[in-house]
Design a protein around this ligand. Sequence first.
Ligand code: SAM
Length: 369
Amino acid sequence: MTMDKEKLPLDKIFLGNCLNVLKELPDGCVDLVVSSPPYNLGKEYEAKQALDNYLREQTIVLKECSRILKQTGALFWQIGAFSDRGMLIPLDIRFFPIIESCGLIPRNRIIWARQHGLHAQNKFSCRHETILWFTKSKDYTFNLDEIRVPQKYQNKKHYRGDRKGQLSCNPKGKNPGDIWLFRNVKHNHEEQTIHPCQFPEDLIARIILATTYKNEVVFDPYMGAGTVAVVARDWERHFIGAEMDPTYHQIAMRRLSGEPDENGCFPNFKTLRNYVERTGEPIDKFRFDVQIGKRPSERSKAKIYPEEYHLQEMEERLYYEEAAFAADLRGEERPVDSTLNGKGKKTPEKTQVARSADGPKNQQLELDL
Ligand SMILES: C[S@@+](CC[C@H](N)C(=O)[O-])C[C@H]1O[C@@H](n2cnc3c(N)ncnc32)[C@H](O)[C@@H]1O
């Protein structure tokens, strides 16, 4: 059964369990499902049992999500890293066959990498989460031109042949690839609300622009602070979703309204700045929920970097860390990077690796840095 778009509950976030909302939606009615589910793994000592229960519940939700997708539709499921007393539970690996069993076809396993996070002591610190992209059929939307990013070598030209002198790369930019470095919504991020794990809006914009057209319908069963709804609305798509927690549901509604509450307060800094830019009211009349300082600052005075900047910064940082590690292995002086290492101060000597005179220092290392 399909339903006319006019009869769908468009642009609504229901307060309640997503399964109740899903059951009311007809087959094949949405173009995109994008979400990050709760982890819900229960207490540590019952993790295995809780994990099985959790995955069973997720299977029911995913089957429903698959049912409501149009034949041309796509599903993006963002799954965090989970660790139980130091033991890794690679949730995306568990989710992969579940989503396949819903009849969907895998397209990408996107790595969402971060520079910062908890520092582990007994294993490598976790610095990524994953986003699984599946489509309902082979006939799906991928608007690459909408989401291209700048080429690394923008002016590179063919140096021989028929196209000599012409640009050898696409001047519109390149495919962003499957490693994404959007900054986590924490610590002074303009979009931060009281919700502990929000999507960055730009990450959702990339997904929505790549896989939908204007006026199409985006569904998020776990709306949290309403990021998917806000971005869908801003890019002239419709949204439908659910959020079970009344506090988060309220945050989402306040973000969507864009107006101050009765105390002159906004759910985040971004909504407040948008409001004063739209209305011309003075910013110091208002506050936002996670404000620490005395007075919010105008956006024009803030240092806000595009997401591309974070990608470049992380690439440079990783490159530098590996060069420093290679220098340590060889017993050479560490490189100094004036932009990345504080204000050009020398990196402290590495103290922990003791080397014998004829140890690794004298070996030929094949590190190509
Ligand atoms: C990982 S958060 C989603 C955050 C969201 N992506 C954002 O940008 O704010 C998961 C959310 O799902 C909600 N939730 C958990 N179980 C639910 C259910 N059965 N139905 C609807 N919402 C649920 C939680 O309250 C939580 O806010």
